[in-house]
Design a binder for this molecule. Structure first.
Ligand code: AMP
Ligand code: ZN
Length: 113
């Protein structure tokens, strides 16, 4: 098993997990880009957003719901936050296991691409 996030799901690689349920886990990014930087990932290995099957749309919805809940828990919901999914090489995806970035805790940059 070489996928780094699958290893985190399996508990074979240490991580700072702040939420988990049957479908997803959330943990702090090892190289945070903002005071709050959490990754929400499916337990199931899905290589990227482009690999998400039509029938898995509810999984993505669940990930967004969890991100919203964690934004409140982390205290960034009121001032605002950003959810990001990088997809593929030119989308800036480095880890080939679907993940949602939750960023917040400061004024985020206005650049989009
Ligand atoms: P992306 O560029 O969208 O693929 O983002 C991958 C993210 O995963 C980056 O923000 C990395 O800092 C983060 N990351 C990589 N390895 C780990 C790890 N072992 N634990 C936590 N975060 C990680
Ligand atoms: Zn994986």
């Amino acid at each position: 098993m070489e996928c780094v996030f699958c290893q985190i799901v399996a508990g074979k690689l240490p991580s700072d997990i702040i939420y988990q349920d049957d479908e997803v886990i959330a943990f702090r990014d090892i190289n945070p880009q903002s005071p709050t930087h959490v990754l929400i990932i499916p337990r199931k290995h899905i290589a990227s957003l482009a690999e998400l099957a039509e029938g898995e749309a509810s999984l993505m919805g669940h990930m967004v719901n969890i991100a919203n809940q964690l934004a409140t828990k982390e205290g960034v919901a009121q001032n605002g936050y950003r959810l990001v999914v990088n997809c593929g090489q030119e989308g800036g995806q480095l880890v080939p296991h679907l993940h949602l970035h939750l960023l917040g805790g400061r004024q985020l940059s206005g650049t989009m691409g």
